[in-house]
Write a protein that binds this ligand. Sequence first.
Ligand SMILES: NC(=O)c1ccc[n+]([C@@H]2O[C@H](COP(=O)([O-])OP(=O)(O)OC[C@H]3O[C@@H](n4cnc5c(N)ncnc54)[C@H](O)[C@@H]3O)[C@@H](O)[C@H]2O)c1
Ligand SMILES: [Fe+2]
Length: 385
Amino acid sequence: MANIYNQLCPVLFGAGALNQLPEQVQALGGTKALCLYDKGVEASGIAKRMLALLDDAKIPYVVYDGVQSDAPSETVDFAGELGRQEGCDIVIGIGGGSTLDSAKAATVLIQNPPPVSRYFAGTGEPFTSTTPLILIPTTSGTGSEVSLMAVVHDKDTQTKASVLRAASLAIVDPELTLTVPPHVTAMTGFDALSHAVEAFTTNRGNPLSDILCKNIIRLVAENLEKAYSDGSNLHYRTELALASNLAGIAFNDAFLHFGHAAAHEFGVVFHMPHGIACALTIPEVITFAAEADPKKGLEIAEALGLDVSPGDCGVQAGYRAASFIRSMMRRLNIPSLKKQGISREAAVGCAEGAYLKNPFITAAISPVDIPLLGELIGRIYDNYQ
Ligand SMILES: NC(=O)c1ccc[n+]([C@@H]2O[C@H](COP(=O)([O-])OP(=O)(O)OC[C@H]3O[C@@H](n4cnc5c(N)ncnc54)[C@H](O)[C@@H]3O)[C@@H](O)[C@H]2O)c1
Ligand SMILES: [Fe+2]
């Protein structure tokens, strides 16, 4: 079987890369920038540093600093309208996934009439969006800077909808993640790990995504706990920034499946941060995949650094890998569904919405329907309390 692999946009990667922003804006022909960020990135001093770089290069800009967690559609509409009215011809998003996704979707609105819901993938209108877009992640988790879609929270339908718009350039500067607090380091790190574990266990993987995923799993296993307890260590931060970025490249082609379908529904129903929701699903994604294809169980266990040999039972290796992840989640204080005050019934009740609203679930390595997803969510509830 032949599978395509893409690289959607160039990536400028490395400590200090942010300093090249002005010349990159100019190279893309930008003469007035719409800059998006949120209050956390503002408080960290990162936004001020970026604006100073633009000031020094005499690049005009307008700021939208009202980005909200999970990119609610109304804030995207507002930011897009601001950029259109101000005549911005380039967009810069600097922040976590919520900001990068808000920037992607707002960019579409610079050349296309609002609201953003008109352009949701699957149901929306076709559109053309050529405005240059630079995305600068400040968390190591989503990989949104290199993925095709913006995940937008549509409150009208309680859905995490997608708008398809890639960046023109990603600037990944690990120094920008040094200020990420431990709980955000933990959840975003598990988000990156969930991307790798899911992209490694779809029916759409390719040779590139498989190689990337195994290395991403290794990078997260080796560095996440260290970065959690020593956030100012640039080496650990750099390894996680690389893992997150490579995971965005991997899942863009290989897709995600039931872990993210369930996580999206937990997010809209229980208002749970994306990374926590993703973390909770990882052990069951691993055991599900190992039961479907034991070789996957062996390879994931090996990438996590567990002691396995080629003759070992892959299903058992998958179970060991899952329990290794659960222990890591406990050490990094990922709260269980139960600890979040969610009943088993309410959690399992998410199966239908998760299945119906997230068509990518059909990419799972072995088919998942609503009853099976309910069972898998039940196991997520029971096996990590
Ligand atoms: N488009 C994609 O491919 C994709 C993939 C995965 C997730 N997502 C989406 O990304 C969103 C989650 O993104 P996230 O996990 O990065 O969270 P986030 O963007 O909501 O940020 C979490 C918190 O961290 C703070 N923060 C960010 N960088 C910081 C820094 N350097 N120093 C201090 N504080 C900082 C923010 O201010 C915020 O309070 C969800 O909406 C999810 O659906 C998108
Ligand atoms: Fe994710």
